[in-house]
Ligand binder design. Structure first.
Ligand SMILES: [Zn+2]
Length: 142
């Protein structure tokens, strides 16, 4: 499968720590100090309790496919890379990220499939998180 297109992320004040960590191949999410809830998508305040006391915490990078679709006709920069998998990955820590599951065998992907984060270079020094299957039904199967 050809590499999925990547473009450098657009940083905002809220997302800059996330993208800075991705550039170092680390997946971090904000956590509310007051009520301990993980926050996704990054915000300046906790959507659960309104607190602005937020710390960035490293995630394990492990998760599972919550739901997904196989895109068979991509558009724009994705025109030549279909089929590919667009998925919500539920991190082991709880939050669900809209992302790609990168695999040569899109038909092997199932809900519940275990996946692990990887970082694809984007632009000069950035990277974006995607996921790849781990375990028996992933990249090691033929
Ligand atoms: Zn909170």
């Amino acid at each position: 499968m050809p590499d999925l297109p990547t473009r450098p992320p657009r940083r905002t004040e809220e997302t800059a720590p996330f993208w800075d960590a991705c550039a170092q191949h680390r997946l971090v999410l904000p956590r509310c100090v007051t009520c301990t809830q993980l926050i996704w998508y990054p915000r300046r305040f906790c959507p659960a309790c309104g607190s602005t006391d937020i710390v960035w915490e490293q995630m394990s990078g492990n998760g599972s496919v919550y739901t997904f679709t196989v895109v068979r006709r991509g558009q724009g920069p994705y025109k030549d890379v279909a089929p590919y998998v667009l998925a919500y990955v539920e991190l082991d820590e709880g939050p669900r990220l809209l992302t790609n599951v990168v695999t040569d065998d899109v038909e092997s992907i199932r809900c519940g499939q275990r996946v692990r984060v990887r970082f694809d270079a984007a632009g000069d020094s950035d990277a974006i998180p995607r996921f790849e299957p781990v375990g028996t039904s992933g990249n090691d199967s033929v």
